[in-house]
Write a protein that binds this ligand. Structure first.
Ligand code: KG4
Ligand code: ZN
Length: 333
């Protein structure tokens, strides 16, 4: 089955064509970075307008490569409501015109499926870590459409912490890639920033770490302060340390032999190296999507949509597609 995926939940307008939920035939992402850069953050109303301007071109480009699609999958939430509406309304209209089925996909579920794209050997159950700009969630992927949430951030998401700390360090927007770049030249043990382990839980917290960076900058005179690259590397190490250890501890505890990491922060080079390292030490396989499928894209939505649609068709379920901010199937442990 060939599925056209559409993603507009935040600041990327994306369309992709995926075969049988695993093979990406085409993927295109129109970034809105230039629109939001002057504001150092995503401006929701500008994001919705930019989606309206770009969505037809992005879909037309995808369909020009593969005109024949069997179904459409579209992100229904969570995300910015105006942005979600642009995607869902366009997708519904296209499905009606083409007279093909349409399925709504949860954006976080999509980030987990990015690990399945182009990794045909990966099968559930596995442990999923989602680290994006808005979420940090540890989930057991029990089966397609069956998830058990083990923990989540209690305050800032990992990506949000990267973005806010980059701002404190006066690094350019978007913060995550800027810190990644600066940290490559820095010493990760220059500043001993704290790690919030929150023992006995699989929850995370990054806002205290962000405050520590702010306090360090405020209280250390410029001549005694570490270089920006060193501060960036030390901050990044504190985030990665917690993510790696809590994730692998959870996988061991739950007897899971595979870990999948998804979301924009999964593109971080130090995080990728640390997960690969720990994977060798603990003999647990780690699946990291290609960087282009870590940040928002529509291939992951098409992949998740394929499995959801297959289930629904099998059970004779009716599918409703409306923008919504709820997370379906996300059961707390
Ligand atoms: O998944 P995503 O594209 O959008 C959301 O669903 O939020 O994630 C965006 C987040 C941003 O916070 C961005 O700074 C972060 O991912 N990010 C990174 C890197 N690339 C993107 N963080 C650290 N290192 C990176 N290389
Ligand atoms: Zn995302």
């Amino acid at each position: 089955m060939i599925v056209l995926g559409i993603e507009t939940s935040c600041d990327e307008t994306a369309a992709a064509i995926v075969k049988d939920g695993r093979r990406v035939l085409h993927s295109t992402v129109a970034s809105q970075l230039a629109v939001h850069r002057p504001f150092k953050g995503v401006v929701p109303e500008l994001a919705s307008r930019a989606h309206v301007e770009r969505i037809n071109d992005v879909i037309e480009e995808a369909l020009s490569f593969h005109p024949k699609v069997d179904a459409i999958a579209v992100t229904t939430g969570p995300g910015l409501i105006g942005c979600l509406l642009v995607g869902t309304v366009t997708a519904r209209m296209l499905a009606w015109v083409k007279d093909i089925p349409i399925v709504g996909v949860n954006h976080l579920e999509g980030h987990l499926f990015a690990g399945l794209v182009e990794h045909p050997k990966l099968k559930p159950p596995f442990l999923g870590l989602i680290v994006s700009g808005g979420h940090t969630e540890l989930v057991i992927f029990k089966g397609y459409g069956r998830y058990l949430k083990l923990g989540a951030t209690r305050d800032d998401a990992a990506g949000e912490a990267f973005d806010k700390v980059a701002n404190l360090l006066k690094l350019p927007f978007p913060g995550g890639p800027s810190i990644d770049k600066a940290a490559r030249l820095g010493n990760a043990s220059a500043v001993p920033f704290p790690r919030a382990w929150i023992p006995g839980t699989y929850d995370f917290s990054f806002s205290g770490l962000k405050t520590s960076v702010a306090n360090y900058l405020k209280s250390t005179p410029a001549r005694r302060r570490a270089k920006v690259d060193d501060i960036a590397a030390s901050f990044q190490e504190a985030v990665v340390d917690v993510l790696v250890h809590k994730t692998f501890d959870a996988a061991e505890r739950h007897g899971l032999s595979s870990v999948v990491v998804g979301g924009g922060v999964a593109a971080n080079s130090r995080l990728r190296a640390a997960f690969q390292n720990e994977s060798k030490l603990r003999k647990i396989r780690v699946f990291l999507p290609d960087r282009s499928f870590c940040t928002d894209n529509a291939a992951m939505i098409a992949a998740a949509g394929y499995y959801k649609l297959k289930r629904a068709l099998h059970r004779g379920e009716k599918l409703a597609v409306n923008a919504n901010l709820e997370i379906e199937n996300w059961k707390a442990a």
